[in-house]
Design a protein around this ligand. Sequence first.
Ligand SMILES: NC(=O)c1ccc[n+]([C@@H]2O[C@H](COP(=O)([O-])OP(=O)(O)OC[C@H]3O[C@@H](n4cnc5c(N)ncnc54)[C@H](OP(=O)(O)O)[C@@H]3O)[C@@H](O)[C@H]2O)c1
Length: 221
Amino acid sequence: MSKTVVITGASRGIGLSFSQLYQERGYVVYAACRNTSSELAALGVNVIEGVDVSKPEGIMCLVAALEGIEIDLLINNAGILRNEVLGNIDQTTIRQQFETNALAPLLVTESLIGNLSAQAKVAFITSRMGSVTDNSSGGRYGYRMSKAALNIAAVSMAHDLKPKGIAVAILHPGLVGTDMIGGVGDITPDQAADRLSQRIDQLNLSNTGTFWHSNGEVLPW
Ligand SMILES: NC(=O)c1ccc[n+]([C@@H]2O[C@H](COP(=O)([O-])OP(=O)(O)OC[C@H]3O[C@@H](n4cnc5c(N)ncnc54)[C@H](OP(=O)(O)O)[C@@H]3O)[C@@H](O)[C@H]2O)c1
């Protein structure tokens, strides 16, 4: 029987590449997004629109669409990057990033726990910008704070889900040429999705809770 994957933020960027990759690997793909895109529609996967992960009604929409469906892999990918400069801190953008990047993945995962199959996997697409050790340049307050918060929540979920047989990966994609960073990166979204999927393949209950770079390096907190 085919495996199922649910991907948030699937309209473009890495989420779109994940959707294509897992479709090519024979998964039944549920691609969640706020609004579909022509690229996502062209894939022919199951598109679930109306899923703004930062809003309760968006998560309810996802839960309703997946009622009765067993999920083998959940990829919490949706995210936003804003910029704040010390001396002119914008609380609004910090809250938006916290809600989308940290709180939403926790709430989405909690809402779908009942759908997760035995031996399911949950992936959180984070950033090394949430690493304290790796912060050698400062700035990006809201993004760094939100991804650090996501990382600690994901570690708690790794502990809490382990007794259920569910493994959790905390994954940094690399510098990827998506809209988020102006389209110029070290790797393409397709390459990122491919590398990230290798880490997801590698994920098991012994290494659950690991913070990986997509290239396989284990990152410091
Ligand atoms: N690109 C990089 O170099 C890089 C590096 C480290 C980590 N990451 C992480 O990788 C993930 C994917 O980023 P990306 O580079 O692919 O960025 P992207 O091209 O900007 O795509 C972001 C995706 O997230 C969706 N999204 C944003 N806010 C959402 C919300 N409230 N509800 C539902 N969907 C929402 C967007 O949907 P809309 O089309 O509706 O806006 C879009 O599909 C993010 O978590 C990001 O933090 C990226």
